[in-house]
Each structure stands twice: as C-alpha cells, then as structure tokens.
Design a protein around this ligand. Sequence first.
Ligand code: DON
Length: 305
Amino acid sequence: MENYKKIIEDIYLEIKNVEDIGKVPNYIPELSKINPDNFGINITTIDRQNFGIGDFNKKFSIQSVSKIFSLALAYKFEGVNLWERVDVEPSGNPFNSLLQLEADKGKPRNPFINAGAIVVCDVLVGHLKNPKEEFLDFCREISNNESLNYSEKIAHSEKISGFRNIALCNFIKSFGNIKNDVDEVLDFYFHICSLEMSCKELSEIALFLADDNFTTHKGNKVLTMSKAKRMNAILLTCGFYDESGEFAFRVGLPGKSGVGGGIVAIHPDKYCIAVWSPKLNIKGNSFKGMLFLEKFTSKTASSIF
Ligand code: DON
C-alpha cells in the first residue's frame, strides 16, 4: 500500500491542476448541478487496505457503474441463459445508441450499454418481488454498507428527461425481448442509475470481482470464480462503450464508467480503484478519471497485460 499511496498522491497533485477539457453532462438536468471541481480517488486492496485522497468520501451519482451490480445479480439468477437475451460483444457505438438494435432484432450487444442494461433490468423485474428494495439489499450486502441508497431526485430527473431510454425500452419490447411492463422496467432502471456512492464505497463494493475468495459478511459468495472472470472480461471489452479499446490500451484494466464522472477499475487478485471527476470527454467517460488511471497503471506497472 505504501507504494500505491505515494504514487496516488503524486498523480493526484499533478492532475488536479491539469486543464479539464471535459464537460459536465446536461441531458439529465439534476446531474448538471454538480461542482465540476470535485476530484477524488480511493484504492482498496484485496487484503482490505484503503487509501483515499481528495473528495474520496463524498457521495456522487454512480450512474452506469451500477450496471455492474445489476448484471451480477441477473447473472446469478440466470447463469448462461442470460446470454440469450443480451450479447457480450463490444458495440463500438455510444452508450445510448438505438442503431444496432434494429439489425440485431432487439438483442443488445452487451449488458453495459443502456439497451443491454435495460434488458438486464427486465430480467431482474421478472425474478424479484420488490426489485428496487431487493437490488439495494444486494448492493448493501456485497459492500457491507447499509448507507447505500438511491437518489430519488436524480431518478426523477432522469425519468422526465429519459426520452432515449424510453425509446430503447419500447423498441426492444417490440422485438419481444422485454417481458415486463415498460414503465416498471424503466422505473427500476432509472433507480439503479441513481445509486450514490463515494469513491471509497465504490472501490470497496467492487472487491467481489478482484478477490477469488470473496464472501459477504453474511457468508454468501456473490459469484463463482468462473462468473467473476467472465464479468471482468465483459468489463474490459465493453465497460467504456466506444472507448473500451482506448481504455484497455491506455489503462489496461477491466472497469466501468458512469456519466456522473465515476470510474471503477479492477485488478484481479490485487485491488479495486475508484476515481471521480465530473467532467466527461466526448465519449461520456471522465476526462481526469481516465488520465489518472492511465498514469496510475503505468507508474505502478500494474495493468493486467
Ligand atoms: O441512462 C443513462 O443515460 C444514464 N442513466 C446512464 C448513462 C451512463 O452513465 C453512461 N456512462 N458513461
């Protein structure tokens, strides 16, 4: 940890003053109210040591990063059958694109683009009696953190401005790949996107993907080793939409971004690291977040390659 700590401090100071060419997104009105200068980092090693710097303890909207946890829960329920509903191929298209769905007959390219995550939500709505409560319980159990919660404000803001997601859900339903009521599926989707965490909470909750021996405080295994391996593979190839290749090239870790400006990256058997900086590059990924992680894996020589 000492080594990581010094390197994180150095890169934090270096990047803090770099001109941020990103932009805070405004298509979800409530998200645009965030102070763009927030910048935090937290690392959690698999032996449960933590180190954070900057705004690492402030909660923010994790947005698409929550697609990791909805996928984990759906994969637990469905196993390989899940891949009949959603594919595992990088899309090469923006996260909210409708383009490929027509050609692919309503089967989204992967679970980390909005279309795929909406299908995953439909799967969960089919399995759970109270999807919102039970999903939150699942997140709270894997992180041993009862304080995790949705932001009703963000969920509402997204609902009233979610024209693309509403279109996606209805379009997929027209192909028969949404089984439940579209309003219920979308309400659940908007809520999971509104989940709030700090960098510390985010790097801690992702540990189940880094630690082969992970069990929750209740003694439950979240995913088998084989399923965790597959999740990491999809994170590496699809976690950053049409910038997934770039992230693998520059950072070299499985990871996931969100339009709230958060990124979590996983080094299997070593650590999870979360970075938060709200301004996004053109592809919708945190500008400083990516820069930080690129420098971090270079200086620690700790990419998976
Ligand atoms: O559905 C949306 O558009 C947002 N709730 C989530 C998108 C997102 O985080 C994509 N990330 N880069």
